[in-house]
Design a protein around this ligand. Sequence first.
Ligand SMILES: [Zn+2]
Length: 210
Amino acid sequence: MDEAMLRDTMVRLAKSLFDRGFSVGSAGNISAALPDGGYLMTPTNSSLGFLDPARLSRLDAEWRHVDGDAPSKEVFLHRAFYDTRPGTGAVVHLHSTHATALSCLETTDPDDCIPPLTPYVVMRVGTVRMVPYVHPGDAAAGDLIRDLEGACSAVLLQNHGPVVSAKDLLSAVYAAEELEETAKLLVLLKQSRKRMLPPETVAELKARFG
Ligand SMILES: [Zn+2]
């Protein structure tokens, strides 16, 4: 995908997420790798619903701001995924309600935040770990992602929200949607005895689609 198309796709997908309530206000940020080795990123304090393709932040391969508006303050968080997971093409960070709810619950298992309720969350997202709380925009968030050594494509930032990476922008958005919808099911079913996918089914899904 060339840069012009990537800019348009980022704006369109961001608006779609915003229009469906996956982000509100100026919450959430998205980045994607450019064919030349640099990155496009949503600007700081921008709303995902009202982005301008010409004003997206462009960064070079060393993450220096090249042009467009200043990048999101969560740039450290995004960069850590690209650095630790080869093949990462995009990162999506949202404050979507149910995934964020799980990030606030004491009962959420920090090593496996999203139990395998349905096959798609296993296929698109995999095991999700919790990252300890740091303030928004704190460079320490990047260190916490690096500590995972590329083991997870998605995490929950404690008391903050989800971050999802994938091989390209559309896959990252789909994975973020899948994570949020599964989190919604977990919240809906909280008081119920749930039938989870058995471990052998999860292993088979990861082997076949992971
Ligand atoms: Zn955030």
